[in-house]
Design a protein around this ligand. Structure first.
Ligand code: SAH
Length: 188
C-alpha cells in the first residue's frame, strides 16, 4: 500500500468497514477531523464517542461538528482514553465497530500536552475489549515529540500481545507517522 498520507490511509480503512447505525470512538479528538469523519459515516442512527483531555479539543471538535450540522451524531467526553470503558454507556462495551487513535499533540495547541506511553498502552488494551467482533482499530504514531519513541515502543509491545490474542495486525511505516491497523477476529 503506497499512500501519500497515512492519515488518509487510516480513514480509508475505516470507511471500508464502518456502516450507518454503528458505534465508533475517536480516542484522541484533537481538532476533530476524525470525529467529523466518523460522525458522517455512522449517521444519525449511530453514535461517535470522542475523548480528549483538553477543553480546547472539545471546543474545536464541537465547532467542527456544528458547522457540518451533525453534532447530534456524537458524544464528546473530556477525559483520558485510558478511562474510556468507565466513561461509556455499558451497553456499547464490546459493540464498537471502529476506534481511531491519532497520537501526539494538538496541532495549534499546547505542544507539551502529548499522549504518553503508559496511558496510550492502557487505552489500547481497553480499546481491544471495547471492539465488536470484526471491529477495527487504527493507530497513528508519531516519534518526533519528547517521549514519542518510548510511546512507539510501548505500542509495538501492546500490539504484539494483541496478535497473540487473535487480532490481525498490519503496520505501515513512513519517515513521519507509523500506522497500525488491528482487526478483532470473529470469535475473540
Ligand atoms: N498528531 C495529530 C494530532 C494528535 S491530537 C496530527 O498531527 O494531526 C492528540 C490529542 O490527544 C491532543 O488533543 C491531546 O489533548 C490528546 N490527548 C493526550 N493525552 C490524552 C489522553 N490520555 N486521553 C485522551 N486524549 C489525550
Amino acid at each position: 500500500m503506497t499512500y501519500i498520507s497515512l492519515t488518509k490511509a487510516a480513514q480509508d480503512r475505516i470507511a471500508q468497514t464502518l456502516q450507518p447505525g454503528q458505534f465508533a470512538i475517536d480516542a484522541t479528538m484533537g481538532n476533530g477531523h476524525d470525529t467529523l469523519f466518523l460522525a458522517e459515516l455512522v449517521g444519525a442512527e449511530g453514535r461517535v464517542f470522542g475523548f480528549d483531555i483538553q477543553q480546547q479539543a472539545l471546543a474545536n471538535t464541537r465547532q467542527r461538528l456544528a458547522d457540518a450540522g451533525i453534532e447530534n451524531h456524537a458524544t464528546l467526553i473530556q477525559g483520558g482514553h485510558e478511562h474510556m470503558e468507565l466513561l461509556l454507556p455499558s451497553r456499547v462495551v464490546g459493540q464498537i465497530s471502529a476506534i481511531m487513535f491519532n497520537l501526539g499533540y494538538l496541532p495549534g495547541g499546547d505542544k507539551h500536552t502529548v499522549t504518553r506511553s503508559d496511558t496510550t498502552s492502557a487505552a489500547i488494551d481497553v480499546a481491544s475489549r471495547l471492539l465488536a467482533p470484526e471491529g477495527i482499530m487504527t493507530i497513528l504514531v508519531y516519534r518526533g515529540h519528547p517521549g514519542g519513541q518510548d510511546e512507539a515502543d510501548a505500542i509495538s509491545r501492546a500490539l504484539d500481545s494483541m496478535s497473540q490474542k487473535g487480532f490481525e495486525i498490519e503496520l505501515y511505516t513512513s519517515p513521519g507517522p507509523w500506522f497500525y491497523l488491528a482487526k478483532k477476529s470473529i470469535q475473540t
